[in-house]
Ligand binder design. Structure first.
Ligand code: C2E
Ligand code: MG
Ligand code: MG
Length: 768
């Protein structure tokens, strides 16, 4: 406190001075009492001194009263100096008043002894001593002055009477003076302490109040009876009360019910919250309750109760946190592109569905895969690919119906779960219908895309569903659908499992064979139509399986492509073929089959280079055979690779023409030298004029485009006759000239410098 007076804190001093004015009327009452006693003595004794004393007492008490009625004392802005002025004046008048009382006693006891005056003055002295402590403790000056001036003359009078009893009485009064002084001092210190404590409490309360009302959380405290005794501003705002005071005195139930009335809470949510928080408040301990307000906001209420202490409820808005958590949960459960449940969430939903209902119902799982999706991605770019996936998701969801669970497992793979189907027939009709409704072409960012998908399905009774094994089975069925030409669906059958296992085993063995270099090359002569001599040989890969015997390249080449190891086969075939060819007479070249996969990277150019360098073979004796699939997968890259190869002087033949897209329009733009017409063109050519015309027209067309033409699969003499009589392609290849031979066979053949015509019956595929 800044101002001090005699080491008393200013505030305490002001409080003391104010205390003087408490019950100011008693001053008048005391004065009237004193004056009437003095008047009584005057009447009894008729001594004029008492009359003056009576008048003096009246004037002094009225003056004291008047001073105490000073308005400044009651004002809240009373300063220390104003208080000091009042106190000073008061102490003077109070001392004069006391001096009159002292004189009254001294007169009655000693100067003009009178029994009544003596008793009256002692009574007054006693009363004065009490009232001085009781009402003037606030002014030490007044206490000292009033006590000494009123009591001392009485004591002096008694002592001066000089008889033993008065003397003792006079002396006994004296210790009272010190008691009075000490008592008033004690009262003052009690008051000072009280003021100090009060100040501290007020300061603490104001800090508490500030903390309470600036905290971001709502807070309500409840007493033992469950009534709110403290509430902060935020609590009032959140519970929509005008001020914190409006919450006070209400129970938790009343507060929550008011939220229900204000439509902030549903009744159920209110009861649930009340139950949990109420229990914590009653039984002690902590609890947290997440409360969903009707306006979409979330609050977390925390309750802490305890024996004998106030129960506290705090609450804060956690809407943002809940929203963020919800979003994170969604991201973890749903696919961001399609909004469909992802793999993990699909399992959760299916598990959930399976835990309810009739356990003997039949369920089906279907895996969907967009056909040739990679091609869409490669040709049109990923945004279009994404668009197609989104379109597919939308169509599947719409077509599958409410009861089916549709999920995206990643990539272009979708998973459907049908909960409760009557039998496999129903599944078949649902899937057929589904395929019809998803099959229309889609417009994705202006690209008209064919929408085609393959699917595999598996069924199980609800109690026996093992999702993993259902997925494996459906996957096998999907695999089979793809192998059978895509765009459809198949239900899992046990043979698929067996076929799959066998294929897996074969793959493992093939990998080993390729790594060990167990694959061999055989060579099939390609005959020049004009000279009927060997022009070149086609190198064909052979694999002899230790148990299965010869495995057709039609089987193991696609497997190697699937496993991503076809480039090893291509490289080894190129190397071996070039080495062998280098040993043959100069006029005989070699052609090597390359896979579409080889054209996905420029590495093939180096592989060819290396094979040529190592063998020393002249590039114009090497020809590579590519298929339409290779060209169409990535036209731009394939063309530039082909151009690089061609620039080295290596020939390029388009193999198996007529089995794929059979479209010669793109041939123009490619650096091709030769077209190899597939053996299927020869079927029925000797008897069916249409087949004959088609073959002839194709050969002519290719020639017109500047390409040499080889006809493959020349098996019979009839074929040979038709070809040599009228079609007249440039080259011929087929069993009629013998099966593919080992390299040494070609050397012998070349040495004979002519080809034998094989027996017309030979039509089985050569095994080398
Ligand atoms: P392709 O390139 O069209 O090879 C010609 C296929 O026709 C060979 O079958 C050959 O034995 C067969 N063939 C030849 N003359 C006749 C005939 O008169 N009648 C019949 N019916 N067939 C005849 P093969 O050796 O079974 O090869 C099949 C396919 O496997 C090849 O067709 C080729 O696409 C692929 N292939 C073979 N070796 C390789 C290789 O080293 N690399 C790659 N990428 N593919 C290869
Ligand atoms: Mg070929
Ligand atoms: Mg061919």
């Amino acid at each position: 406190m800044p101002q001090k007076r005699n080491d008393i804190p200013a505030e305490a001093y002001i409080a003391y001075v104010r205390s003087l004015a408490n019950d100011a009327a008693t001053v008048l009452l005391g004065g009237a009492l004193h004056a009437s006693l003095s008047a009584t003595v005057y009447i009894n004794t008729e001594m004029p001194a008492y009359l003056w004393l009576t008048l003096g007492l009246i004037v002094a008490s009225v003056s004291r009263y008047y001073i105490l009625r000073n308005k400044a004392l009651a004002g809240s802005d009373l300063t220390v100096s104003e208080a000091a002025k009042v106190e000073f004046r008061y102490s003077i008048i109070a001392s004069i008043h006391a001096a009159f009382l002292g004189a009254f006693g001294f007169f009655g006891i000693y100067l003009f002894p009178d029994d009544f005056a003596e008793i009256a003055s002692i009574a007054i002295a006693m009363g004065t001593m009490i009232s001085v402590v009781g009402r003037n403790y606030g002014s030490p000056r007044t206490v000292v002055g009033a006590t000494l001036l009123s009591v001392f003359p009485i004591a002096l009078g008694l002592v001066l009477r000089a008889d033993a009893s008065h003397f003792v009485l006079g002396l006994m009064i004296l210790p009272f003076i010190s008691v009075i002084l000490k008592s008033s001092k004690h009262i003052r210190s009690v008051l000072a302490t009280a003021i100090d404590e009060g100040n501290k409490a007020r300061k603490l309360a104001s800090r508490f109040d500030r903390a309470l009302n600036t905290m971001p959380n709502g807070l309500v405290m409840f007493d033992d009876a469950g009534h709110a005794v403290v509430a902060n501003h935020e609590a009032a705002v959140l519970l929509s009360f005008p001020t914190p005071q409006h919450l006070l005195g209400r129970t938790l139930k009343a507060l929550l019910l008011r939220c229900v009335a204000a439509k902030l809470l549903t009744r159920e949510e209110c009861l649930r919250t009340l139950d949990q928080l109420g229990r914590s408040l009653k039984e002690g301990g902590d609890s947290k309750v997440l409360v969903n307000f009707a306006n979409g906001r979330f609050f977390e209420f925390s309750a802490r109760g305890g024996e004998g202490s106030l129960g506290v409820i705090t609450f804060e808005e956690v809407t943002q946190r809940i929203e963020a958590e919800r979003q994170i949960r969604n991201m973890a459960r749903f696919d961001s592109l399609t909004g469909l449940p992802n793999r993990m969430h699909f399992r959760e939903i299916v598990d959930n569905v399976l835990s309810l209902g009739d356990v003997s119902r039949m369920c089906a799982l279907v895996i969907f895969d967009i056909d040739d999706f990679k091609q869409v991605n490669d040709t049109h770019g990923h945004p279009v690919g994404d668009g197609l996936i989104f379109e597919m998701a939308t169509r599947l969801r719409a077509a599958a119906g409410d009861k089916a669970i549709v999920s995206r497992f990643g990539g272009d793979e979708f998973m459907l779960f049908f909960d409760g189907i009557a039998d496999e027939r129903e599944l078949a009709s649902r899937l057929d219908a589904l395929f019809v409704s998803i099959g229309a072409p889609a417009d994705v960012s202006g690209h008209q895309l064919r929408v085609s998908a393959s699917a595999g399905a598996s069924v199980a009774l609800a109690f026996a569903v093992d999702l993993d094994s259902m997925i494996v089975k459906a996957d096998l069925a999907l695999y089979k659908t793809k192998a059978d030409g895509k765009d459809g669906w198949l239900l899992f059958a046990p043979e698929m499992d067996r076929a799959f296992r066998e294929k897996q085993a074969l793959k493992a063995e093939l990998r080993r064979a390729i790594e060990r270099g167990d694959l061999r090359a055989v060579y099939q002569p390609i005959i020049d139509m004009k000279t009927m001599k060997v022009n070149s040989c086609e190198a064909l890969a052979r694999w002899t399986h230790p148990e299965l015997g010869e495995v057709s390249p039609g089987v193991f080449i696609p497997l190697a492509e699937d496993m991503g190891i076809i480039s090893l086969v291509s490289a080894s075939m190129l190397r071996v073929a070039c080495q062998e060819c280098a040993k043959w007479p100069d006029g005989i070249g070699v052609s090597v089959n390359l896979s579409a996969v080889d054209f996905q990277s420029r590495a093939i150019v180096d592989v060819i280079d290396k094979a040529l360098r190592h063998s020393g073979l002249s590039p114009d004796r090497l020809e590579i055979e590519v298929t339409e699939t290779a060209i169409l997968t990535d036209k731009v890259l394939t063309r530039s690779i082909l151009e690089e190869i061609k620039a080295k002087g290596v020939g390029i033949a388009l193999d198996d023409y007529g089995t794929g897209y059979s479209n010669l329009s793109y041939v123009h733009s490619l650096p091709l030298d030769k077209l190899k017409i597939d053996q299927s063109f020869l079927s029925g050519v000797e008897t069916n004029p249409r087949s004959f015309d088609l073959l002839k027209a194709t050969v002519r067309l290719a020639r017109e485009m500047g390409l040499d033409v080889t006809v493959e699969g020349v098996e019979t003499m009839q074929h040979l006759k038709v070809l040599s009589d009228s079609v007249r392609p440039d080259f011929l290849q087929g069993f009629v000239f013998g099966p593919p031979l080992p390299a040494s066979g070609i050397v012998e053949l070349a040495a004979r410098n002519s080809v034998g015509i094989a027996a017309p019956k030979q039509s089985r595929r050569a095994q080398g």
